[in-house]
Ligand binder design. Sequence first.
Ligand SMILES: [Zn+2]
Length: 115
Amino acid sequence: MTGPERKRLRGIIIQQIETLQQDITNLAILVAPIAPDVAIGRLSRMEAIAEQGVNQTKLHQSRQKLASLRQTLPRLDSPEFGLCEICDKPIPLARLELMPDTRSCVTCLDKQQGR
Ligand SMILES: [Zn+2]
């Protein structure tokens, strides 16, 4: 991987981190407990609780992704960065641009997941 490519990926990671931080802030508001005295009907209250569950999952996933991206930043300068952890082949740049925190290529990931 070339210097400019690393620099580009660093920019993408920082941008993704900023987006996730914003998402997490918004989701944290959405998953705040629903007050029982909120003047909404029984059904809509149940809907609100169901939606809260969805948002809770999203919040959890966003936090995991954020942690993963943060861990990627210090790895960017290592010579192994961008190489698949399993087959040691370079991970295509297009894949890294979409998922900079990925540690394996699509082929190995598919094998791992038994696809
Ligand atoms: Zn691989």
